[in-house]
Design a binder for this molecule. Sequence first.
Ligand code: TXA
Ligand code: MG
Length: 322
Amino acid sequence: MVCTGKDMALAAQLIREGKLVAFPTETVYGLGADAFNAATVARVFETKERPSFDPLIVHISSIDQLDELFLGPIDPRVYKLAEAFWPGPLTIVHNKQPHVPDLVTSGLSTVAVRMPSHPMALELIRQSGKAVAAPSANKFGCLSPTKAEHVIKQLKTIDYVLDGGATTIGVESTVVSVSEAGVKILRHGAIIREAIANVVDVIDEKDKVDTQGLPAPGMIKSHYSPLKPLYILKEGIPETLPAGSGIIVNDARVMPHLPEVKNMALSQDGDLNEMAVNLFATLHAMEDDEQVREIYIQPVEEKGIGRAIMDRLRKASYNYQK
Ligand code: TXA
Ligand code: MG
C-alpha cells in the first residue's frame, strides 16, 4: 500500500533520503526524485517502466538553481521565458552542466527544467533543498494522473504520495528548446504557442529534430493511452453506439445520453480550459468502469490549449483508428 497524505516535512525528507515521492503540480502529478542521485533516478525509470531514451524534467523552486543545471553562458532567451512564465507550466530545454546525470537526460547534451507554480510543489522542492527530477507519475504510455488516486492506481511501489487534490490545468507543461537554432516547441501544453511567440521568436515546428540531429524526445506516437480502445469521433456525435461503449463529448449541452452507454462531457459549456482540466480524469473514469469496453471521444477545436488536448488525444488513440 502506498502511503498518501499532506505531510510536507516527511515528503521533503524522503526526497533528501533518495526516495520516490509523487506530488501535485498545476499540470499533472509528478514522480519526484533527487535529480543528482543517479540510483534514485534509475528507480524512477524502473517504476514507470519508462524507456531510458526518454529524458526527465528537473523541477526547481528558485531561479538560482538554474546555474547548477544549465551550462553557461545561459542564452538570454532562457531568462526572458523564465521571467514571463515561471513559476508555471513551461519547460525549458537548454545545454546541461556536465555533472547533471546522463540518466536524467538520456545522454543528451541538454536538460529540461521547469519551475512549477503549484504551492505544494514549490514548497516540496524548497524544503528538500534539491533539484527534483519528475516525470508524470504514471506508467509509461498510460493516462497521466491529475489526482492522487490516479497515481496510486498505477504506481504501487513508490514511497509517498503528497496529496494536493485535483490539479488545476490538467495537461502537461509546454516543452520548448532554446538553442542556437532558435526556440522550438517540442511538446504543446498549457502555455500556448502565441503566448511564447509574444516573448521570443518561435521557429517552425515542422522540423522536429534536435540540434544533435536526433528525433526530439516527446515525439513518441502512442502515449497517454487508456487500457481500452479509444477512438476519436471524426464524423460528429453518433446516434447510436454498441452497448458497453463510453462516449466523451466536449460540451455537456450536446451530451447524447445514449442507452447502455456511459455518457460523459469534458466541460459544462464548451470552455477549452475546463476540457483540459477534466481530460485525464474523464478518461480514467472510463478506464475504471468495468461496463465500458471501448471509448469514443469528440475532437476539440485546435486553438489555444485545444492543441495540447488534441496532441494527447491523437497519441492516446494512435493504436485505434477507424
Ligand atoms: O507538466 C509537466 O511537464 C509534468 C509535471 C510533472 O511537471 N511532467 C511531465 O514529464 O510531463 P514527462 O516525463 O511525462 O514528460 C517530459 C517530456 C518528455 O516528452 C521528454 O521527452 C521531454 O519532456 N524532455 C525531457 N528532457 C528533454 C530534453 N533534454 N530534450 C528534449 N525533450 C526533453
Ligand atoms: Mg508523461
